[in-house]
Design a protein. Structure first.
Length: 227
């Protein structure tokens, strides 16, 4: 995303994830469109938010991750809805936040990553809740930061990535902690920053990605330092 609002893409393109109306890979940036303010990438799908709050998506769509009520891949951007302020792409699902603080999700849901209380695939946006201000999407789990600073997470939890002290899959958001100001999600782990600047992480740690020392798995948030 450039400062003038243009979006550029490059790389593999087998599912049209570059949005250039083809499935041909490109090895240098090509302009996709203009008037954008934010972008996000899933595994084989791409999302972009325009300055007017409209959300656009393209690429793979086999589980409805584009949110256009089809399973057809899109080689060029298609509009999904309006009134959005943030978007995040998971492996085969999408999260988006609206200006009123409502949280929406769609796409694959075998791990409960949509947070709607089911394992049903959704081909268009469904509302999960309200009162949120930041979102993050992992491989098959997700997290959201509420207006009051509480961190909520849900989805596939075999490695403890939800951070609720268990390895039980969560199909609806569960509270993980409070006092957070920022969040992020990797494939199998979740991180958050608290108001005091300390970083907290949970889940898979085989490569030391939690940053708390030796590679020990944690199903609840542990401090990784900061301040």
């Amino acid at each position: 995303l450039k400062s003038d609002g243009t979006v550029w893409s490059w790389g593999a393109n087998s599912w049209g994830q570059l949005g250039n109306a083809s499935t041909t890979a490109t090895y240098k940036p090509n302009q996709v469109g203009s008037g954008f303010s934010a972008i996000a990438a899933g595994w084989y799908h791409t999302l972009a938010l325009k300055t007017d709050g409209s959300l656009w998506a393209w690429g793979a769509n086999g589980t409805g991750q584009l949110g256009d009520d089809t399973i057809s891949p899109r080689l060029s951007p298609v509009q999904i809805g309006t009134g959005f302020t943030a978007v995040a792409g998971g492996d085969n699902f999408t999260l988006a936040l609206k200006a009123d603080g409502s949280l929406w999700s769609w796409g694959g849901n075998s791990g409960g990553q949509l947070g709607d209380g089911t394992n049903n695939t959704r081909f268009s946006p469904v509302k999960i809740g309200s009162g949120y201000r930041k979102i993050a999407a992992g491989y098959s789990h997700a997290a959201a930061l509420a207006e009051d600073g509480t961190l909520w997470a849900w989805g596939w939890n075999a490695e403890g990535q939800v951070g609720d002290g268990t390895r039980v899959q969560r199909n609806s958001p569960v509270s993980v902690g409070s006092g957070f100001v920022a969040i992020s999600a990797g494939d199998y782990h979740t991180s958050g920053v608290k108001t005091d600047g300390m970083v907290w992480t949970s889940s898979w740690n085989i490569s030391g990605q939690l940053g708390d020392g030796p590679p020990t798995q944690h199903t609840s948030p542990v401090s990784a330092g900061g301040g």
